[in-house]
Design a protein around this ligand. Structure first.
Ligand SMILES: C[S@@+](CC[C@H](N)C(=O)[O-])C[C@H]1O[C@@H](n2cnc3c(N)ncnc32)[C@H](O)[C@@H]1O
Length: 267
């Protein structure tokens, strides 16, 4: 099984079987609206596909990720771009950025405050943060079924994710001097690749921490039970879906957390 621990990603499998993650994040780049020459940090960049999309218009992008495998694959995919191996909870930069972007990465990091502190420290005053991550209620049915199958098997669940509410993440950002401009959650049921084995592959890629230390045969059986229970709800017209619910936020780094004078005049 492919381990899905935060620092142990299988980048080839990610690119081969789970490209829906960055494809679904493409319109987040539109929200970022990168301008030529802007310095932008892509936090948790994975194999670099959205980093490359950000760079298309001439922005100067750095992709940052804590997984050596993801960074190696990103460098191979996009040799002309700059990627750095670092932890989003603890990184420094000599330069400041016009914007920080992050897709589908921050829900892997439980110490959200450490991330926000780092982001605030590398963003210019007035710089923007544009992020998407799993929201509270993300993959609710998948998690419920994994956890009930584990409980019935007498095993403790080891959930790898942090899915905050709008209020929780916005409050954290405000505490660190951000002005939250837009924040929304929305459901985005996502069709998984490979019709028959899509859910199994998703679990193996992303929910691996639940199965750490469990022998292969037992894992196979547990995943079979999970598939069986979820099939009536998440297998639709010959394809598996994940019951995603996303959180999108646009925020501006403002030391005082106050609107600019020009905004006061127009309001
Ligand atoms: C699902 S992938 C998303 C990758 C990319 N943003 C995309 O849209 O394809 C999640 C990424 O978050 C990274 N990640 C998880 N924890 C991290 C941390 N503490 N610091 C930096 N990156 C982290 C993982 O290594 C992985 O590459």
């Amino acid at each position: 099984m492919t381990a899905a621990r935060r620092d142990n990603w299988d980048s080839s499998l990610y690119d081969d079987q789970h490209s829906f993650v960055w494809r679904a994040g493409a319109d987040l780049v539109d929200l970022l609206h990168p301008e030529p020459g802007e310095r932008i940090l892509d936090l948790g960049c994975g194999t670099g596909h959205l980093t490359a999309k950000i760079a298309e218009n001439g922005a100067r992008v750095t992709g940052l990720d804590s997984s050596p495998s993801m960074i190696a694959q990103a460098r191979q995919n996009f040799p002309g771009l700059h990627f750095t191996l670092a932890d989003a909870r603890d990184f420094r930069s000599d330069e400041t950025f016009d914007a920080v972007f992050s897709n589908a990465a921050l829900h892997w990091i439980h110490d959200a405050e450490a991330v926000v502190r780092c982001v605030a420290s590398v963003l210019k005053s007035g710089g923007r943060l544009v992020l998407e991550m799993g929201a509270r209620g993300n993959i609710r049915r998948i998690r419920q079924v994994i956890e009930s199958v584990f409980a019935e098997a007498g095993r403790a669940p080891n959930c790898p994710w942090f899915f905050p509410s709008v209020a929780e993440y916005s409050t954290l950002l405000e505490k660190h001097g951000f002005d939250v401009r837009t924040a929304q959650t929305f459901d985005r049921w996502t069709k998984l690749e490979h019709p028959g084995r899509g859910l199994r592959e998703w679990i193996e890629m992303f929910a691996g921490s639940y199965f750490e230390g469990i022998p292969n045969g037992d894992r196979h059986v547990l995943i079979g039970h999970i598939e069986e229970r979820l099939r009536p709800e998440l297998y639709v017209d010959g394809a598996w879906f994940a019951d995603y619910r996303r959180l999108r936020i646009e925020a501006v780094n403002s030391v005082e957390g106050k609107p600019a004078v020009s905004e006061l005049r127009t309001s």
